[in-house]
Design a protein around this ligand. Structure first.
Ligand code: G3P
Ligand code: CA
Length: 298
Protein backbone atom coordinates (compact mmCIF):
# COMPACT_ATOMS: atom_id res chain seq x y z
CA UNK A 1 0.00 0.00 0.00
CA UNK A 2 1.28 3.43 -0.83
CA UNK A 3 -1.11 5.59 1.13
CA UNK A 4 -0.16 6.26 4.71
CA UNK A 5 -2.73 8.99 5.32
CA UNK A 6 -3.42 8.89 9.04
CA UNK A 7 -6.45 6.78 9.68
CA UNK A 8 -7.72 7.02 6.11
CA UNK A 9 -10.34 4.25 6.05
CA UNK A 10 -9.52 3.19 2.50
CA UNK A 11 -5.72 3.22 2.82
CA UNK A 12 -4.25 -0.23 2.16
CA UNK A 13 -2.68 -1.54 5.37
CA UNK A 14 1.09 -1.79 5.47
CA UNK A 15 2.77 -5.17 5.64
CA UNK A 16 6.16 -4.70 7.30
CA UNK A 17 8.64 -7.60 7.18
CA UNK A 18 10.02 -7.50 10.74
CA UNK A 19 13.85 -7.76 10.55
CA UNK A 20 13.06 -9.19 7.09
CA UNK A 21 11.07 -12.43 6.84
CA UNK A 22 12.76 -13.37 10.11
CA UNK A 23 10.70 -16.49 10.80
CA UNK A 24 12.37 -18.17 7.82
CA UNK A 25 15.83 -16.65 7.46
CA UNK A 26 18.32 -15.07 9.88
CA UNK A 27 17.07 -11.61 10.92
CA UNK A 28 18.65 -8.58 9.25
CA UNK A 29 20.45 -10.48 6.49
CA UNK A 30 20.10 -10.01 2.74
CA UNK A 31 18.41 -13.42 2.67
CA UNK A 32 15.72 -12.33 5.16
CA UNK A 33 15.07 -9.01 3.41
CA UNK A 34 14.88 -10.58 -0.06
CA UNK A 35 12.45 -13.19 1.22
CA UNK A 36 10.30 -10.52 2.86
CA UNK A 37 10.06 -8.66 -0.47
CA UNK A 38 9.33 -11.91 -2.34
CA UNK A 39 6.54 -12.60 0.15
CA UNK A 40 4.90 -9.28 -0.69
CA UNK A 41 6.06 -6.99 2.09
CA UNK A 42 5.38 -3.28 1.54
CA UNK A 43 8.32 -2.42 3.82
CA UNK A 44 11.43 -4.15 5.17
CA UNK A 45 12.56 -3.21 8.67
CA UNK A 46 16.22 -2.59 9.54
CA UNK A 47 17.08 -1.95 13.20
CA UNK A 48 20.14 0.32 13.30
CA UNK A 49 23.42 0.10 15.23
CA UNK A 50 26.72 1.95 14.66
CA UNK A 51 30.20 0.53 14.00
CA UNK A 52 33.39 1.86 15.58
CA UNK A 53 34.10 3.75 12.36
CA UNK A 54 30.67 5.36 12.33
CA UNK A 55 28.75 3.27 9.81
CA UNK A 56 25.07 2.36 10.25
CA UNK A 57 24.48 -1.39 10.13
CA UNK A 58 21.30 -3.47 10.33
CA UNK A 59 21.39 -5.26 13.68
CA UNK A 60 18.84 -5.60 16.49
CA UNK A 61 21.08 -5.90 19.56
CA UNK A 62 23.79 -3.46 20.65
CA UNK A 63 25.97 -6.58 20.88
CA UNK A 64 27.02 -9.07 18.24
CA UNK A 65 26.95 -12.22 20.38
CA UNK A 66 23.44 -13.55 19.78
CA UNK A 67 23.44 -13.54 16.00
CA UNK A 68 27.10 -13.94 14.96
CA UNK A 69 30.26 -15.98 15.60
CA UNK A 70 32.07 -12.92 17.00
CA UNK A 71 33.19 -14.77 20.16
CA UNK A 72 35.10 -17.25 17.99
CA UNK A 73 36.53 -14.76 15.51
CA UNK A 74 37.51 -12.14 18.11
CA UNK A 75 37.76 -14.08 21.41
CA UNK A 76 39.41 -11.25 23.37
CA UNK A 77 37.34 -8.29 22.20
CA UNK A 78 34.58 -8.42 24.80
CA UNK A 79 33.54 -6.06 27.56
CA UNK A 80 32.44 -7.38 30.91
CA UNK A 81 28.95 -6.30 31.93
CA UNK A 82 27.31 -6.88 35.26
CA UNK A 83 23.87 -8.52 35.25
CA UNK A 84 22.77 -9.02 38.85
CA UNK A 85 25.37 -11.28 40.47
CA UNK A 86 26.69 -12.44 37.12
CA UNK A 87 29.57 -11.00 35.11
CA UNK A 88 28.85 -11.51 31.41
CA UNK A 89 31.10 -11.16 28.37
CA UNK A 90 29.54 -9.08 25.62
CA UNK A 91 30.87 -8.07 22.19
CA UNK A 92 29.54 -4.59 21.35
CA UNK A 93 29.05 -3.61 17.70
CA UNK A 94 30.49 -0.17 18.42
CA UNK A 95 33.86 -1.76 19.36
CA UNK A 96 34.32 -3.21 15.84
CA UNK A 97 35.04 -1.58 12.50
CA UNK A 98 32.87 -2.33 9.50
CA UNK A 99 35.73 -4.36 7.98
CA UNK A 100 35.80 -6.53 11.09
CA UNK A 101 32.02 -6.90 11.18
CA UNK A 102 32.03 -8.00 7.54
CA UNK A 103 34.09 -11.04 8.57
CA UNK A 104 31.37 -12.33 10.89
CA UNK A 105 28.95 -15.13 10.05
CA UNK A 106 25.43 -13.84 10.81
CA UNK A 107 23.61 -16.90 9.45
CA UNK A 108 24.85 -20.11 11.09
CA UNK A 109 23.11 -19.44 14.42
CA UNK A 110 19.80 -19.70 12.54
CA UNK A 111 20.63 -22.75 10.43
CA UNK A 112 23.63 -24.31 8.63
CA UNK A 113 22.09 -23.51 5.24
CA UNK A 114 22.61 -19.81 6.03
CA UNK A 115 26.33 -20.10 6.86
CA UNK A 116 28.24 -17.09 5.58
CA UNK A 117 25.34 -14.61 5.66
CA UNK A 118 26.67 -11.13 6.54
CA UNK A 119 25.48 -8.15 8.58
CA UNK A 120 24.44 -5.57 5.97
CA UNK A 121 25.06 -1.84 6.13
CA UNK A 122 22.06 0.50 5.84
CA UNK A 123 23.42 1.36 2.37
CA UNK A 124 23.07 -2.27 1.37
CA UNK A 125 19.55 -2.50 2.84
CA UNK A 126 18.51 0.55 0.81
CA UNK A 127 19.99 -1.01 -2.33
CA UNK A 128 18.06 -4.25 -1.68
CA UNK A 129 14.75 -2.39 -1.22
CA UNK A 130 15.15 0.28 -3.89
CA UNK A 131 12.21 0.35 -6.29
CA UNK A 132 10.68 -2.79 -4.80
CA UNK A 133 9.72 -2.02 -1.19
CA UNK A 134 9.80 0.69 1.43
CA UNK A 135 12.30 1.00 4.29
CA UNK A 136 11.27 1.34 7.95
CA UNK A 137 14.56 2.08 9.80
CA UNK A 138 14.58 2.07 13.62
CA UNK A 139 17.07 4.13 15.62
CA UNK A 140 18.21 1.74 18.39
CA UNK A 141 19.84 2.96 21.61
CA UNK A 142 20.41 6.48 20.17
CA UNK A 143 21.18 7.93 23.63
CA UNK A 144 23.89 5.32 24.23
CA UNK A 145 25.51 6.12 20.90
CA UNK A 146 25.27 9.86 21.61
CA UNK A 147 27.29 9.28 24.81
CA UNK A 148 29.97 7.72 22.61
CA UNK A 149 30.04 10.70 20.28
CA UNK A 150 27.76 9.44 17.50
CA UNK A 151 24.55 11.06 16.28
CA UNK A 152 22.51 8.21 14.90
CA UNK A 153 19.96 10.69 13.56
CA UNK A 154 22.59 12.59 11.61
CA UNK A 155 24.04 9.37 10.18
CA UNK A 156 20.56 8.24 9.15
CA UNK A 157 19.59 11.51 7.46
CA UNK A 158 22.95 11.68 5.66
CA UNK A 159 22.67 8.11 4.43
CA UNK A 160 19.12 8.65 3.17
CA UNK A 161 20.27 11.86 1.46
CA UNK A 162 23.03 9.99 -0.37
CA UNK A 163 20.21 7.99 -1.97
CA UNK A 164 17.90 10.98 -2.48
CA UNK A 165 15.42 9.52 0.01
CA UNK A 166 15.56 12.04 2.87
CA UNK A 167 12.32 13.85 1.99
CA UNK A 168 8.81 12.43 2.25
CA UNK A 169 7.57 11.09 -1.09
CA UNK A 170 10.98 11.39 -2.79
CA UNK A 171 10.65 7.95 -4.41
CA UNK A 172 7.10 6.54 -4.31
CA UNK A 173 8.50 3.07 -5.09
CA UNK A 174 10.75 3.26 -2.02
CA UNK A 175 8.87 5.08 0.76
CA UNK A 176 10.69 5.68 4.05
CA UNK A 177 9.17 5.73 7.53
CA UNK A 178 11.48 6.22 10.53
CA UNK A 179 10.72 4.66 13.90
CA UNK A 180 12.07 4.68 17.44
CA UNK A 181 11.26 3.85 21.05
CA UNK A 182 13.04 7.15 21.78
CA UNK A 183 10.78 10.21 21.58
CA UNK A 184 13.95 12.32 21.75
CA UNK A 185 15.38 10.62 18.67
CA UNK A 186 12.25 11.43 16.64
CA UNK A 187 12.33 15.03 17.95
CA UNK A 188 15.97 15.36 16.87
CA UNK A 189 15.15 14.08 13.40
CA UNK A 190 12.31 16.54 13.01
CA UNK A 191 13.74 19.60 14.75
CA UNK A 192 17.53 19.41 14.30
CA UNK A 193 17.54 17.70 10.92
CA UNK A 194 14.35 19.23 9.55
CA UNK A 195 13.02 15.81 8.58
CA UNK A 196 9.52 15.64 7.12
CA UNK A 197 9.57 11.85 6.89
CA UNK A 198 6.66 9.97 8.47
CA UNK A 199 7.76 8.85 11.94
CA UNK A 200 6.39 6.03 14.09
CA UNK A 201 6.81 6.23 17.86
CA UNK A 202 7.20 2.73 19.31
CA UNK A 203 5.38 2.07 22.56
CA UNK A 204 6.15 -1.00 24.64
CA UNK A 205 5.22 -2.58 27.94
CA UNK A 206 3.09 -1.22 30.75
CA UNK A 207 5.20 1.95 30.93
CA UNK A 208 3.83 2.74 27.48
CA UNK A 209 0.30 3.21 28.83
CA UNK A 210 0.96 6.84 29.64
CA UNK A 211 1.27 7.65 25.93
CA UNK A 212 -2.09 6.07 25.16
CA UNK A 213 -4.23 8.63 26.96
CA UNK A 214 -5.81 11.46 24.95
CA UNK A 215 -3.22 13.82 26.39
CA UNK A 216 -0.35 11.40 25.67
CA UNK A 217 -1.48 10.90 22.07
CA UNK A 218 -1.70 14.65 21.53
CA UNK A 219 1.88 14.95 22.75
CA UNK A 220 3.02 12.15 20.40
CA UNK A 221 1.39 13.99 17.49
CA UNK A 222 3.89 16.80 18.17
CA UNK A 223 6.88 14.68 17.14
CA UNK A 224 5.51 11.66 15.21
CA UNK A 225 2.93 10.75 12.58
CA UNK A 226 2.06 7.36 14.02
CA UNK A 227 2.37 4.96 16.92
CA UNK A 228 3.78 1.42 16.94
CA UNK A 229 2.47 -0.18 20.12
CA UNK A 230 3.22 -3.71 21.24
CA UNK A 231 0.13 -5.66 20.20
CA UNK A 232 -0.97 -6.54 23.74
CA UNK A 233 -1.59 -2.83 24.46
CA UNK A 234 -4.33 -2.80 21.78
CA UNK A 235 -6.01 -6.17 22.23
CA UNK A 236 -9.63 -5.70 23.32
CA UNK A 237 -9.30 -1.90 23.11
CA UNK A 238 -10.64 -0.71 19.73
CA UNK A 239 -11.21 2.71 21.31
CA UNK A 240 -7.43 3.07 21.54
CA UNK A 241 -7.04 2.82 17.77
CA UNK A 242 -9.89 5.30 17.33
CA UNK A 243 -8.28 7.73 19.77
CA UNK A 244 -4.96 7.54 17.91
CA UNK A 245 -6.70 8.14 14.59
CA UNK A 246 -8.59 11.08 16.12
CA UNK A 247 -5.19 12.52 17.11
CA UNK A 248 -4.07 12.16 13.46
CA UNK A 249 -1.79 9.19 14.15
CA UNK A 250 -1.46 5.92 12.23
CA UNK A 251 -1.32 2.69 14.24
CA UNK A 252 1.11 -0.10 13.27
CA UNK A 253 1.54 -2.65 16.11
CA UNK A 254 4.32 -5.23 16.57
CA UNK A 255 5.20 -8.16 16.45
CA UNK A 256 3.04 -10.81 14.78
CA UNK A 257 4.63 -14.25 14.57
CA UNK A 258 3.34 -17.75 13.99
CA UNK A 259 5.26 -19.14 16.94
CA UNK A 260 3.44 -16.86 19.41
CA UNK A 261 -0.02 -16.09 18.07
CA UNK A 262 -1.51 -15.51 21.53
CA UNK A 263 -5.04 -16.78 21.99
CA UNK A 264 -5.62 -17.02 18.25
CA UNK A 265 -5.66 -20.30 16.27
CA UNK A 266 -2.85 -18.99 14.06
CA UNK A 267 -1.09 -15.76 13.19
CA UNK A 268 -3.24 -15.13 10.10
CA UNK A 269 -6.35 -15.06 12.32
CA UNK A 270 -4.54 -12.77 14.74
CA UNK A 271 -3.49 -10.35 12.00
CA UNK A 272 -7.02 -10.42 10.53
CA UNK A 273 -8.48 -9.48 13.92
CA UNK A 274 -6.13 -6.52 14.34
CA UNK A 275 -6.66 -5.27 10.78
CA UNK A 276 -10.41 -5.85 10.40
CA UNK A 277 -11.79 -5.60 13.95
CA UNK A 278 -9.39 -3.16 15.61
CA UNK A 279 -8.71 -1.18 12.44
CA UNK A 280 -4.93 -0.87 12.59
CA UNK A 281 -3.10 0.63 9.60
CA UNK A 282 -0.49 -2.08 9.21
CA UNK A 283 1.65 -4.43 11.24
CA UNK A 284 5.14 -5.78 11.78
CA UNK A 285 5.40 -9.53 11.22
CA UNK A 286 8.09 -12.22 11.06
CA UNK A 287 5.74 -14.15 8.70
CA UNK A 288 4.89 -11.88 5.73
CA UNK A 289 3.61 -14.88 3.75
CA UNK A 290 0.84 -15.38 6.33
CA UNK A 291 -0.53 -11.80 5.98
CA UNK A 292 -4.29 -11.92 5.25
CA UNK A 293 -4.10 -9.93 2.02
CA UNK A 294 -7.55 -10.98 0.74
CA UNK A 295 -9.26 -10.05 4.00
CA UNK A 296 -8.02 -6.46 3.81
CA UNK A 297 -8.38 -5.78 0.08
CA UNK A 298 -11.92 -7.13 -0.40
O1 G3P B 1 10.14 -1.90 15.49
C1 G3P B 1 9.01 -2.64 15.89
C2 G3P B 1 9.54 -3.76 16.66
O2 G3P B 1 10.55 -4.30 15.88
C3 G3P B 1 10.10 -3.31 17.97
O3 G3P B 1 10.71 -4.34 18.63
O4 G3P B 1 12.74 -5.25 19.60
O5 G3P B 1 11.87 -6.18 17.47
O6 G3P B 1 12.93 -3.94 17.51
P1 G3P B 1 12.13 -4.93 18.27
CA1 CA C 1 12.52 -3.01 15.36
Amino acid sequence: GESIAPGAPDAAPLLVAHRGASAYAPEHTREAYELGIAQGADFIEPDLQITRDGVLIALHDVTLDRTTDVAEVFPDRYREVQRGDETLRRWFAVDFTLDEIRRLDAGSWFGPEFAGARIPTLTEVIEIARGRAGIFPETKAPETYAEQGFSMERLLVEELARHGLERRGADPATPVIVQSFSAESLRILREEWDSDLPATFLIGGSAGERWLTDEGLREVAGFATGIGPTKSLLLGRPEMVEAAHAAGLTVVPYTFRERSAGDFANVTDEMTHFLCELGVDGLFTDNPDLFPREAVTS
